[in-house]
Ligand binder design. Structure first.
Ligand code: NAP
Length: 272
């Protein structure tokens, strides 16, 4: 497992907090140089500081060490910002081997489908679907198609693409669209030597759990056959597998990582 990404260049969108941070850390620890972005200068700088605190070599600290993270803010719903990030990667590294489309607008607080503002629905699609597509297209045209070794794309979807959660219409719709887009991209890009796969997590422990009512957290865990939500590192492991040659014969796959939630009809405490 060690060193699977030695000499590789990786881009993780939304790599500045929660699951994205764990994904960045995993690739760096396996030898990659990783570019990461949040949507703003402030959130990206915060993520860079957190990665440095975890002992990673964040760009600027030392150009000589083998492991590096480079951070640059990029709102993936903005074409000019995506271009600017690709320009930085081209100028500094001259190649890209792995793209992880992790950034997501969670579409929280929209209310139910009767009252939600369609403009906020569009915001979610603009980031999760169109943004993910835009970064993928740029990575393919700018890097993968010019490299003999091509490149690999991994999307983060959600088990809510298959089984909906309440008052998250835009988010669930966006994740369903990602699943379909992954199959479509995989089909068109496979003959060109580019693989596109997807990890569909269930509950992941994030900073949002820190402020969660403990009774609610316990109820969520009871909903998991494995009795535990994923850690960021659990998800990063699946993403790294899909980005590595260990999955060389896989494309267009949606790999669910949800503690067994999707295989059960009802949680254990529901009397059926
Ligand atoms: N957490 C879960 O339980 C769960 C479950 C299933 C699937 N997932 C999926 O797993 C992935 C990671 O989840 P998470 O909970 O760790 O995410 P999160 O905490 O909600 O963080 C989202 C990340 O996306 C970035 N982002 C949002 N809009 C962006 C934009 N327009 N341009 C660039 N970056 C943008 C955020 O940057 P800022 O800091 O700048 O806002 C942040 O880094 C997501 O795709 C999510 O949908 C999560």
């Amino acid at each position: 497992m060690d060193g699977r990404f030695e000499g590789k260049v990786v881009l993780v969108t939304g790599g500045n907090r929660n699951t994205g941070l764990a994904i960045v850390e995993r690739f760096v620890r396996e030898g990659a140089k990783v570019y990461m972005c949040g949507s703003s200068e402030e959130s990206t700088a915060k993520g860079a500081a957190e990665l440095a605190a975890r002992g990673l070599d964040v760009a600027g600290a030392s150009e000589m060490r083998p492991y590096q993270v480079v951070s640059q803010a990029c709102d993936i719903s903005d074409a000019a910002q995506v271009d600017a990030l690709m320009e930085t990667i081209a100028r500094e590294s001259g190649r890209l081997d792995v793209l992880v489309n992790n950034a997501a607008n969670q579409g929280l607080g929209h209310g139910g489908p009767l009252e939600m503002d369609p403009e906020r629905f569009w915001d979610v699609l603009k980031t999760n679907v169109v943004g993910g597509f835009r970064v993928t297209q740029a990575a393919c045209n700018r890097f993968f198609m010019k490299q003999e070794s091509r490149g690999v794309v991994v999307f983060l979807s959600s088990n809510t693409a298959m089984r909906a959660i309440r008052k998250r219409t835009a988010y669930c719709a966006s994740k369903g669209a990602i699943n379909s887009m992954v199959r479509s991209l995989a089909l068109d890009l496979a003959p060109l030597g580019i693989r596109v796969n997807c990890c569909a997590p269930g509950y992941i422990y994030t900073e949002r759990w820190d402020v969660l009512d403990p009774a609610k957290a316990a109820r969520r865990r009871l909903n998991c056959p494995l009795r535990k939500e994923a850690s960021g590192a659990d998800i990063a492991g699946v993403v790294a597998f899909l980005a590595s040659d260990d999955s060389a014969n896989m494309t267009g796959e949606i790999v669910t990582c949800d503690a067994g939630c999707s295989c059960q009809h009802m949680p254990e405490d529901v009397d059926v």
